[in-house]
Design a protein around this ligand. Structure first.
Ligand code: MV4
Length: 646
């Protein structure tokens, strides 16, 4: 086994690999860009080497810098993770030329699967079912059109160098063929620098079912299937294993086909054979076809780990260091059912726009696996994939695992960025999904219902108001300090100002009036409950209040109570502390001239800092508090001179 490896990646997958390396007693070297100096993967690794600027081509795609880092630190092997250099055969060759081991397949195996037409021909020869179609060299439009007619419509035009749906066109009517071909070609030329296409019979109601394979260069096994049909614009959203509705004979047929595919190229390491399945008539053992092979560890590998009990990264390290396959096919079994949901920083109602931000608060559910490359306080930067975490659950049955997923998502808390958490939750509760009625069109068909921004209920608003009010929690002192008993407060939610009054009925009881509604609140152990309902987690950061409801996280901005109170004091001379707190700083001295809005002092209450501002122009007559003072609600902190004295 290796003593030290370098991980040529970042984020959750780098962290994932470091964890298994540590378990096996292997030292780790991280590499990082300028944007990742303080990233979690850097903190987790034993050593870290800076390799360049934040743009991937200036760092994580710099094979030379990464190989140099491995040689300098004495790493014996390089794990590429997924993405970046993981499927770059030239990089594999450079790694080997430098006398290092690439933890993954050979350059030759990667090249064999790199182009769709060549891969399809190879698979066909190996006895793997492929979608009927045309794979010929002759790319003349009239030849392609006549081949399409032979296949029978509808057909799909695909770029041979394609991926992610680029350069792909469905054609249902022969009269549209020429135009579709021209546009597929030009897209392929732009995206891949290769305008060659192949033509396939279009598969109706497609499901994406892939088989995990593992080879040691001599033999190969499969670790069953994953269903990744829940996609949006070719981005996987929720994956599961095993595939719902899979029969034993179809599983055996797909597993055999996948192992044949891996053996045909003498495959070494973890790989995935992606099949397209015609689900228009349920799953049938003669209705799956090879699509492509991914010659790397995939994002969704944890669902396979959950149902098989195999640590796939451990297998990668063992096989790369020269061991043969750790288990035979007959030693591999499926236990239960697993789901993985991909939690992203993205604005779903705005059309799934990637988002950025500092994660002020991050909490993952207990009882679920959360693979994440970020911690609370970390930033989702615009440079990389905005994935925050993968939430993985494993239960005895699909129904149990799905309700675990729903609960786990409801218990995941992210503050500081918008996320797709509500969308994932809506999917986990989707009836068709619960029935196992998954196909690649499910999300688009129900997009409206799935992406509706949840609206904040009065109870959620009341919790935000109570967090902003920060009623003293001290049973002995608190109540008497609360003056006045009734107080007006406001918080912002998106562009809406929510104004409310809070009446303190006792240290642990309050009434919140907002928009005509009147809600009763009781508190125990610092947690408010509205009208006896299940309490919801509330997080208060320096600039926002987050209420985590089952249907989503709601962010509110407090309207600074001191600024309001100071403004409300109008022509009054005293700036009062409207709540008990700690004076953090005083910025003025007696005799100083101030203008309306100038900062006078900072008060800390409930871990929030409030800036106290001058209500009007004037001259400071007296400073009654200094930094470090604990002050009560209503205490005068700064006095301005009478206007006519100035
Ligand atoms: C297809 C297909 C229907 N018929 N091939 C999309 C990306 C690439 N991996 C393969 N893709 C498809 N190939 C034939 N002959 C439909 C798709 C397809 C799809 C496949 C898997 C998951 C999601 C998809 C979404 C749209 C189209």
């Amino acid at each position: 086994m290796f003593q030290k490896i370098l991980i040529a990646n970042r984020g959750e997958i780098a962290c994932r690999i470091i964890e298994t390396a540590r378990k096996l007693g292997i030292a780790t070297v991280a590499v990082y860009s300028d944007a990742d100096r303080t990233a979690k993967h850097v903190a987790m690794a034993d050593e870290a080497v800076h390799i360049g600027g934040p743009a991937p081509r200036d760092s994580y795609l710099r094979g030379d810098a990464i190989i140099a880092a491995a040689l300098t630190t004495g790493a014996q092997a390089i794990h590429p993770g997924y993405g970046f250099l993981s499927e770059n055969p030239d990089f594999v060759e450079s790694v080997e030329t430098a006398g290092l081991i690439f933890i993954g397949p050979s350059a030759q195996a990667i090249r064999a699967m790199g182009l769709k037409d060549a891969a399809k021909k190879l698979m066909q020869a190996a006895g793997v079912p492929v979608v009927p179609g045309y794979l010929g060299e002759n790319q003349a439009p009239e030849v392609l059109a006549s081949e399409a007619a032979k296949i029978t419509y509808p057909v799909l035009i695909k770029a041979v160098a394609g991926g992610g749906g680029k350069g792909m066109r469905k054609v249902s009517d022969p009269k549209d063929f020429a135009d579709a071909l021209a546009s597929a070609r030009s897209e392929a030329a732009t995206a891949f620098g290769n305008d060659a296409v192949l033509i396939e019979k279009y598969v109706e109601k497609p499901r994406h079912i892939e088989v995990q394979v593992f080879g040691d260069g001599k033999d190969a096994v499969h670790l069953f299937e994953r269903d990744c049909s829940l996609q949006r614009r070719h981005q996987k959203v929720i994956e599961e294993a095993p595939a719902p509705g899979m029969s034993l004979d179809m599983r055996a047929a797909m597993g055999d086909a996948a192992v044949k595919a891996a053996r045909a190229i003498g495959y070494k390491g973890a790989g995935t054979i992606e099949f397209i399945v015609d689900a228009s008539d349920g799953l049938r053992a003669d209705r799956f076809w090879f699509m492509e092979m991914n010659t790397r560890l995939q994002v969704e590998h944890p669902v396979t780990e959950a149902i098989t009990g195999v640590d796939l990264v451990e297998w990668q390290l063992r096989v790369a260091s020269g061991e043969s396959l750790p288990l035979r096919q007959d030693q591999l079994t499926i236990t239960g059912h697993a789901f993985e949901a991909r939690l992203y920083a993205e604005d779903v109602p705005a059309g799934f726009l990637p988002a950025t931000g500092r994660l002020d608060h991050l909490a993952f559910p207990v009882g679920a696996r959360a693979d994440s490359g970020v911690r609370a306080g970390d930033v989702i930067s615009p440079w990389y994939d905005p994935m925050i975490a993968k939430i993985i659950v494993h239960g005895p049955t699909r129904a149990v695992a799905l309700s675990q997923l729903s609960r786990a998502l409801a218990q995941t808390q992210v503050a500081g960025s918008v996320t797709n958490l509500a969308f994932l939750g809506a999917l986990a509760r989707h009836e068709g999904f619960a029935r196992g009625d998954v196909d690649t069109g499910l999300i688009e068909r129900d997009l409206m219902a799935l992406t509706q921004a949840p609206t904040a209920s009065d109870a959620v608003k009341a919790l935000a108001i109570l967090a902003a009010a920060a009623l003293p929690d001290d049973a002995l002192a608190g109540f008497s300090l609360w003056a006045p008993l009734q107080r007006a407060l406001a918080v912002m939610h998106h562009d809406e100002t929510i104004s409310a009054t809070v009446a303190a009925l006792g240290p642990q009881r309050a009434r919140v009036s907002l928009g005509g509604a009147c809600l009763g609140a009781t508190r125990s152990h610092g947690v408010w409950q509205i009208d006896g309902a299940e309490p919801l987690p509330v997080i208060k950061t320096a600039s926002a209040i987050y209420v985590f409801a089952p249907q989503g996280a709601f962010a509110f901005t407090p309207v600074d109570p001191l600024a309001r109170d100071a403004a409300g004091a109008g022509a009054g001379n005293a700036t009062l502390s409207p709540m008990p707190g700690l004076v953090k700083a005083v910025f003025v001295t007696a005799g100083q001239t101030v203008a309306a809005g100038d900062r006078l002092a900072v008060l800390e209450a409930m871990k929030m800092e409030h800036t106290l501002t001058a209500a009007r122009d004037g001259v400071v007559a007296e400073v009654l508090a200094q930094a470090g003072d604990q002050v009560e609600a209503g205490a005068a902190l700064i006095l301005l001179a009478e206007p006519d004295e100035a």
